[in-house]
Design a protein around this ligand. Structure first.
Ligand SMILES: *Cc1c(COP(=O)(O)O)cnc(C)c1O
Length: 342
């Protein structure tokens, strides 16, 4: 990507050319195993719909955007997003191990940029060394584990060499899509670059097969903590009992459920979005079914760059008062007012 034009993909208007945001189709082998294990049960469709494209993907709604999180505003290098004061997010790769059809960053992942190269890494490292207030880096993408083990080791070692105590969060779907990538050898390396957290994306209890559980166990045995994130998806996991089972099973494995995200306004994803009013009633029920440990934070990323907004007790009270509870109008991290409508 040219340095002076790195915001381009995010400024494009998706309704002009929805095809420009079509994601590759790829169902990883380990996920096929899970689908086969779920054949004939409701979990089969819950897994398939996440990775198999369907017609509504070509339909872009007016409230959708190529850059639903407004990340373009916060790019400090072509690969680094600095939105929150003390933490940055690295777009380590535009590729994924499998392609989630509801991807919020499809404006980027549909381009399938490769693993970060030396010329793009240098400005990231100098930014990190000159910005002491940055305490955490989210190594995200795409999926950082699409890199070869050598590429990943090199990237993490370089980050560690410029900032010895920076907390690294490895954000990945590998434990579910390609658990074999978390090999003893890679996990042994990750152990050595701590402080590091693994942040897996997990959406359904049927995603916790034996290979997936074994990968999580290897990571935890190496002393690497894990916090998961989940996307609330219509017809996939929008039932309190399904989500409660997922969160309780994660806790039993030693994983803290971190976030339950409202689905973002990415092009062609309307069929996955749970209306806010339904999301809030699911969450009310979840609070009854989960412990303080197993309950994640239910949050929405405010469109246009307002940041993560927790749909907490106050949001529930607010929703009860609002005539149209599918519209959230709140103040973002920058003090401006943002509207989320689903
Ligand atoms: C989600 C996110 C973070 C991390 O936020 P937490 O609330 O600490 O999980 C950091 N940077 C960007 C750009 C993000 O989207």
């Amino acid at each position: 990507m040219p340095k002076d034009g790195f915001g381009d993909w995010r400024e494009a208007n998706p309704s002009d050319d929805p095809g420009a945001f079509s994601l590759p189709v790829s169902v990883p082998a380990a996920y096929r195993v899970l689908i086969n294990a779920a054949l004939g049960t409701p979990a089969e469709a819950a897994l398939r719909r996440q990775v198999e494209p369907s017609d509504p993907e070509g339909v872009v709604s007016p409230n959708e955007s190529a850059d639903p999180l407004g990340e373009a505003r916060y790019l400090v290098t072509p690969r680094l997003v600095h939105q929150y004061r003390n933490r940055v997010l690295l777009l380590s790769s535009g590729r994924c191990l499998g392609y989630c059809r509801y991807c919020f960053r499809r404006g980027y992942t549909s381009r399938a940029e490769g693993f970060i190269g030396e010329d793009e890494l240098e400005p990231v490292l100098s930014y990190l060394s000159s910005n002491g207030e940055v305490e955490e880096i989210l190594v995200s993408g795409g999926d950082p584990l699409t890199g070869t083990e050598e590429e990943l080791r090199y990237l993490l070692a370089r980050i560690r060499s410029v900032r010895p105590s920076l907390v690294i969060r490895l954000c990945t779907r590998a434990p579910i899509f390609a658990p074999e990538r978390l090999s003893e050898s890679l996990v042994g390396f990750l152990r050595g670059v701590r402080p590091l957290w693994l942040i897996p994306h997990v959406n359904h209890p049927a995603e916790l097969g034996s290979a997936q559980r074994a990968a999580f166990a290897r990571v935890l045995d190496a002393g690497i903590p894990i916090q998961s994130q989940t996307v609330l998806l219509k017809g996939i996991n929008d039932e309190p009992r399904v989500l409660a089972t997922l969160f309780n099973q994660l806790v039993a494995l030693g994983i803290k459920p971190g976030y339950l995200f409202q689905c973002d306004l990415a092009p062609g994803t309307a069929h996955f979005r749970v209306p806010l009013s339904d999301g809030l009633s699911i969450w009310r029920e979840l609070r009854r079914l989960c412990s303080g440990l197993s309950l994640p934070v239910y949050a929405v990323d405010l469109p246009g760059g307002g940041g993560k907004y927790p749909l907490s007790e106050l949001a529930l009270i607010e929703a009860d008062r609002m005539p149209n509870s599918d519209t959230l109008r709140v103040t973002g991290i920058d003090g401006k007012v943002y509207t989320y409508r689903a």
